[in-house]
Design a protein around this ligand. Structure first.
Ligand code: X8Z
Ligand code: ZN
Length: 640
């Protein structure tokens, strides 16, 4: 669940539980004493104490399972979660006694948050609860250890997600990309039966605590009704869709120029040609899509790779005589780790430059920053609170690329949220809503303008010109705008799975219908029900709700605008870099400290002055690009 693992969410993420009442032995006749009725505040205090006590156990077990994927670590993680989810179900049952009673707002909020704190609500039945945690751990492990082996009998032919992603990022050969894309998707069909069962179990758990299904529970964390969340997401998508359509149209034209008829599939973008396994970020297609080649040098990846190579040479120079192969490999590992740390320090520097604290020493000694050579780990990046008092880490297989650099800034957004709210009650140690948690680091990524990148030595001093502006905007749009429909569709699929409108026999068909409808993406080859393509995306086997990322992609522009205003920025929004601005930092930290103790609308108001999510800052930011795209696309039949 990493992605952002809030304490509770994480513990609760994998949990199972058997209900409180079922585990206690029946009282003997003489021992029956009526306990004094517990007040709601006492219950909340107990919950807070239990989270503080249990979180380190669950986090440790989950960390182990994600960084040493094997059956023993899976057992340990499943049991820790089983214990916690059992406890949680007990608390939820106790909390239900206060339903309909008038409580202090903060108490009522704590109990409401308790109920929705797990993305995998567990049935009370202990056997089902245990089954749920085992499935959850198995699914995550299967994804993490996933490999495509061209020759099933030859382990040397196996490639992991990093290697396959690199093909899509760098190789422009149609067949090589298709093989890499199809290859990765072979990891998913074996997860289908487990996922189907898992979905049924969490639905059962959600129903037992009063929700229609697990999707409704997921949509209950936004201080509005679950039905309103759907309408709100549609409204925001409606605001940005015209911009997405322009980007889609331009991109399709470039793909058709490069690949001829194979550059599109019935007007849609071919899934394997987008530079990314899920078509959620098109930045790797820069070589095809750069509007004005060479105008404004934004080649961050080349600079990062050069830094790593220099570190490697330094490591080699330390070796005396004729080093053996093992020493040379070790020098490479040292260089990779040093580069990963240096990239993390760059990101940390942005936050400390805003006046936020330095990361604790244990952050660097305990984080996993590069892919170990000797074992399987879940490489999908994540940020972890290991307890409720600021023991934080990240887990990431960092490579010297721009994409990974920005992901580190993203992860540190979670880390600084954890650090900022660590002194609040554990039940409120969470984002104002989960989209806030995802938006913190990304807001800072928006401030990684050419000026900022030059200030940290990754690009040359920027030239200011209209062409350079279009290039810069395109660079950002390929990550941010391209992402938006993807951010929306994953949960459209899961909400359908949970509410039964997507039946197991239509899992894959429904997936591709949504891909076509929202992203305008299609597979180049038939993807029938013998495939299970949703599970080729981490968050499905990892059971991490995804609407948070869609909301985050709207919110981050609102936060960015507010912080730019706070820093006294004038001029077009996209030129704002608030790095080093203490006032922006102060206001940001004040928001982070609040955690989830008040409705997010209030938290947003304190930072931005407004109380709703709104895409007007997205459109303001991309106004120059939108105008340019419209000109480029004139006369073309856009749409999909
Ligand atoms: O999962 C992540 C982060 C961890 S919270 C690396 N993200 C989503 C994804 O990769 O699919 C960040 C953007 C969207
Ligand atoms: Zn995240």
């Amino acid at each position: 669940m990493k992605i952002s693992r809030t304490l509770l969410a994480m513990a609760i993420a994998v949990g199972l539980s058997a209900c409180g009442g079922e585990t206690a032995p029946p009282p003997s006749a003489e021992a029956v004493v009526t306990p004094p009725a517990k007040s709601a505040d006492q219950l909340v205090a107990e919950v807070n104490a239990a989270i503080s006590e249990q979180a380190p156990q669950v986090a440790a077990a989950d960390w182990l399972a994600s960084t040493y994927i094997n059956s023993e670590s899976a057992t340990v993680s499943a049991s820790a979660n089983e214990r916690w989810l059992t406890m949680l179900n007990g608390f939820i049952e106790e909390a239900a006694k206060f339903d309909g009673q008038k409580l202090e707002p903060e108490t009522a909020r704590a109990l409401a948050l308790l109920k929705i704190s797990s993305a995998n609500p567990a049935p009370r039945d202990p056997a089902k609860l245990a089954e749920l945690t085992q499935l959850r751990t198995r699914l995550e492990g299967a994804y993490g250890a996933g490999k495509y082996c061209k020759d099933a009998d030859d382990p040397a032919s196996c490639r992991d997600i990093g290697q396959l992603s690199e093909v899509l990022a760098k190789n422009r050969d149609y067949a090589a990309q298709l093989e890499a894309w199809e290859g990765w998707h072979t990891v998913a069909p074996p997860m289908r039966a487990d996922y189907q069962r898992f979905a049924a179990l969490i639905n059962e758990g959600a129903k037992e605590i009063g929700f229609k299904d697990a999707g409704e529970l997921w949509r209950s964390g936004y201080d509005m009704s679950p039905a309103e969340v759907v309408v709100e997401a549609d409204r925001l998508w409606g605001q940005v869709r015209p911009l997405y359509e322009q980007l889609h149209c331009y991109t399709r034209g470039k793909l058709e120029t490069r690949y001829g008829e194979q550059g599109s599939v019935n007007g849609k973008l071919p899934a394997h040609l987008m530079g990314n396994l899920w078509q959620q970020d098109w930045a790797n297609l820069w070589d095809l899509l750069e509007p004005y080649p060479g105008e404004g040098s934004l080649d961050v990846s080349t600079a990062l790779q050069a830094q790593r190579d220099a570190l490697y040479r330094t490591e080699l120079s330390k070796l005396s005589g004729a080093p053996g192969p093992a020493e040379i490999v070790q020098a490479g590992v040292q260089a990779d780790l040093a580069q990963a740390k240096a990239m993390t320090k760059l990101a940390e520097g942005f936050y400390t430059g805003l006046g936020m604290p330095a990361l604790p020493d244990h952050f660097y000694s305990e984080s996993l920053l590069i892919k170990p050579r000797d074992r399987d780990v879940v490489c999908h990046a994540s940020a972890w609170p290991m307890d409720t008092s600021g023991r934080v880490r990240i887990k990431m297989c960092i490579t010297p690329t721009e994409e990974d650099l920005t992901t580190i800034y993203h992860e540190l957004g979670h880390i600084y949220y954890y650090l900022a709210y660590k002194d609040g009650p554990p039940i409120f140690q969470n984002g104002a809503h989960d989209g806030f948690h995802e938006a913190i680091g990304d807001t800072i990524v928006l401030s990684m303008t050419p000026t900022y990148l030059a200030s940290i030595g990754l690009v040359d001093d920027p030239k200011v010109s209209e062409h350079a502006t279009v290039n810069e905007q395109m660079r950002m749009a390929l990550s941010k705008v391209a992402f938006m429909p993807f951010g929306l569709l994953i949960d459209r699929w899961r909400w359908g799975v949970f509410d039964g409108s997507i039946a197991p026999e239509n899992y894959n068909q429904a997936w591709w219908e949504l891909k076509a409808k929202y992203q305008g993406v299609a597979p180049a080859t038939a993807r029938g029900e013998d495939f299970f393509d949703p599970a080729a995306k981490y968050h499905v086997p990892g059971n991490t709700p995804y609407t948070r990322y869609f909301f985050s992609h709207i919110l981050q522009f609102q936060f960015y605008k507010a912080l730019c205003d706070a820093s006294g920025h004038t001029g077009p929004l996209h030129t704002c870099n608030f790095a080093g601005n203490a006032e922006a930092g102060r206001r940001y930290w004040a928001m982070l400290e609040k955690g989830s103790k008040q409705p997010w609308q209030q938290t947003m108001k304190e930072l931005t002055g407004g109380e709703s999510m709104d895409a007007s800052a997205v459109l303001e930011y991309f106004a120059p690009l939108q105008g340019w795209l419209q000109e480029q696309n004139q006369g073309k039949a856009c749409g999909f």
